[in-house]
Design a protein around this ligand. Structure first.
Ligand code: NCD
Length: 316
């Protein structure tokens, strides 16, 4: 039996049944979110603090809406304007906020491992909203939910993850999740954008889109993470688009009903052709965003249920 989750720091520690439990609950929140009135008191009285040390549009908005729809009191810390700028360390900032007795901390940080470290110092539930190149668990979960709903299953699918794998926490979390659920994952991209040790990951690696996309059920594109590059990774954006940008010609190598995904923010004309991104028959990019709110509601709901169960255990 696996231990009940206290935090959501990555996909790595999750058991497949825990992944399925989050997705099943998220499915019910998708329906809930489609109602005109979307508010429950499940997390009423609880405090959620969002600490984003890196820019974010969709992830932060998604966590904020998720918390509000569950009835929590949600506070967004403007980290750019915080004491971090005065030299305070991450841990001191976290301890300060922890002393204000939040129940949930949602943290994004540019350094891999920073969120795990922080979780060891506080006594509330911590959710990783992306740490460096390490993990972005709620993104992988929302991608999994999108795939499961579009394809009717989350196993034995051919999934091509394409582009800047080396710098992408989205790729890493997805690779782990999709592997745990027994899919066939391939990585497609230039050798310069493959992570070191890629041969040990147990996945197929391609440097050619036509080969890598052949018979794919899912084509997952990634953003070029320029902020994590220090030059020399790609010859030019034009050349990159020519070889690795998803256009109709390259997509034709995938199955005729293959879905196209992108975590956003996307660079049209660099990783993906704008018309493909907007093609409602192929692209599920907007569904991914919709699933994001539901998955984050499910994850926070389950973490708080676990905490209540544990408190009751100690009282008995
Ligand atoms: C991703 C991230 O921040 O890792 N974006 C997101 O959360 N939707 C991917 C990216 O920035 O390219």
């Amino acid at each position: 039996m696996h231990a009940a989750l206290n935090h959501l720091l990555g996909i790595e520690p999750l058991h497949p049944s825990q992944i399925t439990a989050i997705l099943d609950l998220a499915d019910s929140y998708v329906d809930f979110n489609r109602n005109p009135l979307k508010h429950t008191d499940r997390l009423a009285g609880l405090t959620q603090i969002n600490m984003f040390f890196e820019n974010s549009t969709r992830t932060q908005a998604s966590f904020e809406l998720a918390g509000k729809r569950l009835g929590a009191d949600v506070m967004n810390m403007a980290m750019q304007a915080s004491s971090v700028k005065k030299g305070e360390t991450l841990i001191d900032t976290a301890l300060t906020l922890n002393a204000m007795r939040p129940d949930i901390l949602v943290v994004r940080h540019p350094h891999s491992g920073a969120v795990d470290l922080l979780a060891q110092k506080v006594n509330c539930a911590v959710l990783n909203a992306g740490d460096g190149r390490h993990e972005h668990p709620t993104q992988a979960l929302l991608d999994a939910l999108t795939i499961r709903r579009a394809k009717g299953r989350l196993h034995r699918l051919n999934i091509a993850i394409c582009g800047d794998i080396a710098h992408s926490r989205v790729a890493r979390s997805n690779l782990i999740l999709l592997g745990k659920m027994e899919n066939r994952v391939r990585l497609v991209g230039p050798a310069t954008l493959m992570p070191t040790g890629v041969a040990d990951l147990g996945v197929e690696v391609y440097h050619d889109m036509a080969e890598g996309l052949k018979d794919a059920d899912v084509v997952m594109m990634l953003r070029l993470q320029k902020e994590r590059m220090d030059g020399g990774f790609i010859p030019s954006e034009r050349e990159y688009y020519h070889r690795y940008g998803l256009d109709g010609e390259k997509l034709a190598h995938a199955k005729s009903d293959a879905i196209v995904m992108h975590p956003g923010p996307m660079n049209r004309g660099i990783e993906i052709d704008g018309d493909i991104a907007d093609d409602i028959n192929r692209s599920v990019i907007q569904e991914q965003v919709e699933m994001g709110v539901a998955v984050r509601m499910a994850a926070m709901d389950l973490l708080m249920q676990n905490r209540t169960a544990q408190t009751q255990d100690t009282l008995v």
